[in-house]
Design a protein around this ligand. Structure first.
Ligand code: PLP
Length: 462
């Protein structure tokens, strides 16, 4: 028989109950959180789609490895196991564990960046951009034009605009110490980058003698999209495709909280001995000795196994299909989402859904808050609150106002996803009653994490 139903490729050995709350409970919780779902207690959330970062379920093999870990301060067995797993996948020479992805970013950028320099990327993730700007350098987004049009279907919307990259390297190349590509492109909707495009970026990096670094957080999801969509890759394993991606780069930053299938951890890896040496010196200062980098031996074990499990084809087939399934339900009901669905999340186009809320009154926050109050679901705004504030203190609408529903790995079942679809479709039906927000306490960096909001009164700002 040929089966059409793609099932979860695991059975459940240990469960965690979720708490049901009522509408009044949730309204009170949201007011107490100053209308910012980052400030909620997670116990007050029924289905938590805030992030796919560090929220995945570990396998029995990972839990088993934890107890076998070696907690030696220096040279632990677990480090060598971790290093071997990362090297097998990436081929990079120097592998530096960090406590999460942003620590790898901070160390890399502090090592290689000087004030006034420029780092191009398809789209910088928020911590990546913040760490570049912290060094007084500039983060430039060069995703292809198709990647900026939410409703447009294109197989590789994460691709870099090669002409724009070449122009940048021609005109201001002396100020570019490295080129980055984010796979998949989180801020652009979890969209993949093709191998053809990566080869194009590599060729430009060769021509202008620039190192290429991958922001590799979701390398396995990207590899699976290549297998499904890029001619010539149907018969390759996701692992072989991932290895080919890494072989085109000179290094990577990685959050093991995503495709590392671990709850914490990350790494910085590269081939350049000088940069690696400088990075390790900084690592010792702020993270720890180079064979643990701020992680416990058991974290290194969890990551080593996670990197093996994540390239399993039946896992990736289920993973990508479960996101696509939610996307089909929503778009089938007329909810505007980024098309096609990305690898780890559905991104609802809140600006299109709520045209009566101007971008500077944060339509994404309005939708996130309604989803929480109505259904106990926690999503996240990826829009003007996250990207609208500039280093000079001015504020402009972001390119898009999206709400991301990120799906934790191996955690929720199909009926959870059915409930989410029902909730989003229900909130979309009451869209006219949703109102915008204003920020009452504006933090300077990464304001979406801590800002306090208040609903915009009717008429105010109209
Ligand atoms: C999560 C993420 C990071 C940062 O990783 P953390 O582990 O959260 O510090 C960087 N880049 C991308 C694309 C990410 O998704």
């Amino acid at each position: 028989m040929e089966f059409r139903t793609i099932i979860e490729p695991f059975r459940i050995k240990s469960i965690e109950s979720v708490k049901f709350t009522n509408l009044e409970d949730r309204e009170a919780a949201l007011v107490a959180a100053a209308y910012n779902v980052f400030r909620l207690r997670a116990d007050d959330v029924l289905i938590d789609l805030l992030t796919d970062s560090g929220t995945g379920a570990m396998s029995a093999a990972q839990w088993g490895a934890l107890i076998q870990a070696d907690e030696s301060y220096a040279g632990s067995r677990s480090f060598y196991r971790f290093e071997a797993a990362v090297r097998d996948l990436t081929g990079f020479e120097y592998i530096i564990p960090t406590h999460q992805g942003r620590a790898a970013e901070r160390i890399l950028f502090h090592t290689v960046l000087q004030a006034g320099q420029i780092v191009p990327n398809n789209n910088h993730f928020d911590t990546t951009r913040a760490n570049i700007e912290f060094e007084h350098a500039e983060a430039v987004d060069l995703v292809i034009a198709e990647g900026r049009v939410p409703a447009l279907v294109h197989p590789f919307k994460g691709n870099v605009d090669l002409a724009a990259l070449e122009r940048l390297l021609q005109e201001r190349g002396d100020r570019v110490p490295l080129v980055m590509v984010t796979v998949t492109n989180n801020s652009g909707g979890g969209q993949p980058v093709s191998l053809e495009n990566l080869r194009g970026v590599r060729a430009l990096c060769d021509a202008y003698r620039k190192p290429l670094f991958l922001d590799a957080c979701r390398f396995a999801e990207n590899a699976y999209f290549i297998k499904r969509r890029e001619p010539g890759y149907q018969d390759r394993t996701p692992k072989a495709i991932a290895q080919e991606m890494f072989a085109l780069a000179d290094g990577c930053t990685m959050s093991a909280k995503k495709d590392g299938l671990a709850n914490i951890g990350g790494f910085l890896a590269m081939n350049d001995a000088t940069w690696a040496e400088q990075s390790r010196n900084l690592l010792i200062l702020t993270e720890g000795f180079p064979t643990y980098g701020g992680l416990a031996g058991y974290d290194l074990e969890a990551i080593a196994r996670g990197l093996e499990e994540v390239v399993d084809e039946s896992y990736l087939r289920y993973r990508i299909r479960s996101i696509e399934y939610l996307g089909e339900k929503l778009s089938g009901a007329g909810v505007p989402i980024i098309q096609p669905p990305g690898g780890h999340a559905i991104y609802i186009d809140a600006r299109a859904l709520l045209p009566h809320i101007p971008p500077l009154q944060y339509p994404g926050i309005a939708l996130v808050n309604a989803l929480y109050v109505e259904a106990g679901i926690r999503g996240v705004e990826i829009g003007t609150v996250m990207f609208g504030l500039h280093p000079d203190g001015s504020e402009t609408p972001a390119a898009m106002d999206l709400v991301r529903l990120a799906v934790p790995r191996r955690v929720y079942t199909q009926s959870h996803i059915d409930y989410v679809a029902e909730a989003v479709i229900g909130v979309a039906a009451m869209r006219d009653r949703l109102r915008g927000y204003r920020i009452v306490s504006p933090p300077k960096v990464l304001r979406h994490f801590t800002a306090e909001f208040a609903p915009v009164e009717d008429g105010v700002g109209a």
